[in-house]
Design a binder for this molecule. Structure first.
Ligand code: NA7
Length: 544
């Protein structure tokens, strides 16, 4: 078996991997990306369920590293649908001539640091069997939400109906017309897939354990002329986004919801509700840090839901949130609540009647009720952040496993590197802004930082770059401290803390200090010669 020698291996060809590959190729590195899917897009490739759509506006969920690219691409809807996102990424890859450097249907299964040569040996399960590649640099662009997390109910293996997973949806759309279907999970994925399934299913049972706070998306088509107009004012909007913690700007109506009068609050919340999207979380500056203010919004949102859902029992199930708004990701919808007014849709309160087991014909609930089913859809979330990284068997210096290094939770320098794992970088990894930001903007912070760091290392004859253990410990503590200030810390049962995966250590998975603060941190690091990273001289690693 031959071993391919490269400068840089990138794992994943979603937004992160594609941008990294484009940049590294422009910088003259011998770089390749390996992607598990049969097409581009990363998690967007797998999330092909009906209704799959991004919850940030198209304009904001696009690369801005090249003004030419911005000018030539015209989105057709306010929020990009999954197929349009894939078309966009296809365009990007062709535009920069990097398609040849992406190998599809290729899972990176293991990576081992080889100290004598200063290179990574990377094992790939590719379309033609097993393959080994060696590279000086290894960048994981595996996505934070790309490893679906499924519940393990007794009897599932004997269930005779179809089992579908939102985040691993079949390439050929399953025909659910006239079928009895259950959807388990009411996060973003469940809320999106439920209305289109209700349109076709004979009967749809929505299994609700933790309801989301749901606000209208207000998606709509955008003509080319309208999009061009948006682009014309684009620089202002980008500038506002750059200064917004999430990487997307939403208007604020005041510093504090609880300090505002009831009339002012009503006006502000209604304006944000009418604008659509997650704007409502920014309606007042203290909504994500002050529990009293947060509760005022929570009550307002529950009242809105009760005003839409006719059946009082369904409304009660869908408004039984016991956590602050925004502590779990707010969900934006199109006709989610309205769907429960259809005769063929029911909300099943799993807190009152938990799932006991699957049977060959359906699901049995505590108390004895059996729901007969032809198909079940799991929209039960992801092993977020660390899951996709640890899915690869990574061995660093002295054969130390990353899984062991992170046994008590991730510890990283700026969410980018791990001590003892030289020349291994993460894009949008744990403890970086990732899931606490518009991820495309987060990616656009990491890619130039990494490209410049690698170029600097090459220019200085640096053999390895590695996180300083003390700096990483300090960063992990900062990440945790910032999370404690937020209402998120009152919902440690959420995936933000890894609590949805049995046995996963409880640790907040992202840096929540915001995109502008993180940009400053990265800029300062580069200007000051990368403190917190250990750069070891030693000339170029042998390619042999
Ligand atoms: P989420 O937001 O993690 O939602 C998963 C949902 O599935 C959530 O309501 C869970 O409730 C529910 N779940 C998980 N396991 C079960 C079982 N066993 N029974 C019932 N309900 C269950 O994932 P999504 O895919 O919707 O969204 C992920 C992100 O993708 C989203 O934030 C956007 O950024 C895009 P639980 O908390 O477990 O009670």
């Amino acid at each position: 078996m031959t071993t391919t020698e490269l400068d840089l291996v990138i794992v994943g060809a979603g937004f992160g991997g594609i941008h990294m590959l484009q940049r590294a190729s422009a910088d003259g590195l011998r770089a390749r990306a390996y992607e598990r899917g049969a097409g581009l897009g990363g998690t967007w490739y797998w999330n092909r369920y009906p209704g799959a759509r991004c919850d940030f506006d198209s304009f904001d969920y696009s690369y801005e590293f090249d003004p030419e690219l911005e000018r030539e691409w015209v989105w057709s809807e306010r929020y990009p649908s999954q197929p349009e996102i894939l078309r966009y990424l296809d365009h990007v890859v062709d535009r920069y001539g990097i398609r040849e450097r992406i190998q599809l249907r290729s899972s990176v299964t293991a990576a081992r640091w080889d100290e004598p040569s200063g290179r990574w040996t990377i094992e790939i399960d590719g379309p033609d069997g097993r393959e080994t590649v060696r590279a000086k640099w290894l960048v994981l662009a595996v996505g934070a939400l790309s490893k679906p997390q499924l519940p393990d109910y007794p009897g599932l293996e004997d269930f005779s109906g179809e089992v579908l997973v939102a985040g691993d949806w079949p390439e050929e759309q399953p025909d659910l017309a006239g079928k009895r279907v259950a959807v388990m999970g009411t996060g973003s994925s469940g809320v999106q897939v439920i209305p289109p399934l209700a349109d076709v299913a004979q009967r749809l049972s929505v299994l609700v354990r933790t309801p989301s706070y749901v606000v209208p998306a207000r998606n709509h088509p955008v003509t080319e002329a309208e999009y061009r107009e948006l682009l014309a004012g684009g620089e202002d909007r980008r500038e506002r986004n750059r200064n917004a913690p999430l990487g997307v700007h939403f208007p604020s109506y005041g510093p504090s919801a609880k300090a505002a009068s009831a009339t002012e609050r009503e006006t502000a919340f209604q304006a944000a509700w009418d604008a659509g999207g997650s704007a409502i979380l920014s309606a007042y500056d203290d909504l994500l840090v002050d529990l009293e203010s947060n509760e005022l919004l929570a009550q307002w949102l529950r009242a809105k839901a009760r005003g839409i859902v006719h059946d009082p029992a369904a409304a009660a199930t869908l408004t039984s949130q016991t956590y602050p708004v925004g502590a779990r990701r707010i969900v934006i919808d199109t006709e989610f609540y309205e769907t429960f007014n259809r005769a063929n849709v029911e909300a099943v309160d799993l807190n009152a009647t938990p799932v006991e087991r699957f049977t060959p014909g359906g699901i049995r609930l505590a108390g004895g009720r059996e729901i007969p089913l032809d198909a079940v859809v799991f929209a039960t979330g992801y092993d977020a952040g660390t899951g996709p990284v640890l899915a690869i068997d990574i061995l660093g210096r002295d054969g130390r496993r990353l899984r062991e290094a992170w046994a008590s939770g991730p510890v990283t320098q700026l969410g980018i590197q791990v001590a003892g794992f030289p020349n291994l970088f993460m894009i949008s990894g744990p403890q970086s802004p990732s899931i606490m930001a518009n991820v495309v903007k987060a990616i656009e912070q990491h890619v130039p930082f990494l490209a410049e760091l690698m170029a600097h290392a090459e220019a200085m004859g640096v053999r390895s770059v590695e996180a300083d253990p003390a700096a990483a410990t300090d960063w992990a503590a900062q990440v945790e401290a910032i999370a404690q200030v937020l209402v998120h810390s009152k919902a440690t049962g959420s995936w933000y803390f890894g609590s949805n995966v049995p046995g996963k250590p409880t640790a907040f998975l992202a840096y929540a200090g915001g995109i502008p603060a993180y940009r400053e941190i990265l800029a300062e690091s580069a200007q000051n010669g990368y403190p917190g990273f250990i750069l070891t001289a030693g000339g170029a690693a042998s390619a042999g």
